[in-house]
Design a protein around this ligand. Structure first.
Ligand SMILES: Nc1ncnc2c1ncn2[C@@H]1O[C@H](COP(=O)(O)OP(=O)(O)OP(=O)(O)O)[C@@H](O)[C@H]1O
Ligand SMILES: [Mg+2]
Length: 254
């Protein structure tokens, strides 16, 4: 991993929901590849910030967003940008698994079919590679026509990750991807993320401090709409620069 190379950079980000300022000037960059954790107490703005990176806040009414957002030097908020293309490159996985109510196969091929790809050989191959990357191929390969909603929560979440992977993202945003799952499913997803980090940039909100320290390369600590500090995960957990970070990690608040 080359920490010098930044894939996403954000500068002086302010976000207002009506008159409420939810992000108060966040300047934060993400190195290319690896797993980057966003932590902090409930309501500090983690999800809000994450959603700014692929413009998922745009559809909320009364939102005002200021600052500079770049994905590989391209302005994410350029009015000429194609949002469908942007969200293929910067995909998103939510807390509650949200597969479409159709077959596993159709879930994974959805984005490709929307892009006009009809060749069954290509689709079949993408389904297999994406499900393998999402560590769920062995469990579903004989039942690809099964409705995705009939799977367990952990399996549904891995189908959602396969769906994101199928359209060849570079960045994957994950908002507490395991907090609705049992420990075994959580472990499977953590292991899978560790295999993805060499080829993708994963930016993950998590409430689970063990999870952040186990799998992330960098950690950013948010508090009340501010970024307190961001650094390599080891440094944040073993020897943070700010007292607020140390207090939060030792359970003094949050
Ligand atoms: N759609 C919205 N409209 C108005 N206020 C909102 C909206 N979404 C979030 N907020 C407010 O913005 C602040 C930041 O919320 P956000 O969801 O980003 O926090 P979070 O760090 O993700 O919290 P949690 O850990 O509970 O998920 C909170 O005060 C929240 O109430
Ligand atoms: Mg949140």
């Amino acid at each position: 991993m080359n920490f010098m190379e930044k894939i996403i950079t954000t500068k002086d980000v302010h976000l207002y929901y009506g008159s409420k300022e939810a992000l108060k000037g966040i300047t934060l960059d993400f190195p290319d590849k690896g797993i980057h954790a966003l932590i902090g107490p409930s309501g500090c703005g983690k999800s809000t910030y994450l959603r700014t990176l692929n413009r998922m806040n745009d559809m909320i009414e009364n939102v005002k967003i200021e600052g500079e957002f770049k994905f590989k030097n391209q302005d994410i908020y350029d009015e000429k940008i194609d949002l469908v293309e942007l969200r293929k490159k910067i995909g998103m996985v939510f807390q509650q698994p949200n597969p479409f109510p159709f077959s596993i196969y159709d879930n994974v091929t959805y984005g490709l079919r929307m892009a006009g790809i009809k060749d069954k050989r290509i689709l079949d191959e993408k389904v297999e590679t994406s499900l393998k990357q999402a560590a769920i191929w062995e469990e579903v390969k004989d039942n690809l026509n099964k409705n995705a909603l009939a799977l367990s929560g952990g399996q549904q979440q891995r189908i959602c990750i396969a769906r994101v992977l199928a359209v060849a993202p570079e960045v994957i945003l994950l908002d507490e991807p395991t907090s609705a799952l049992d420990p075994i499913s959580t472990e499977k997803i953590e292991e899978m993320l560790l295999t993805l980090r060499d080829n993708y940039t994963c930016i993950m909100v998590t409430h689970n401090m063990q999870q952040a320290s186990r799998i992330s390369d960098t950690t950013s600590f948010f508090l009340s709409g501010n970024l307190v500090e961001s650094n390599k995960t080891k440094k944040i957990f073993l020897n943070p620069d700010k007292e607020q970070t140390a207090d939060y990690l030792s359970g003094k608040f949050g």
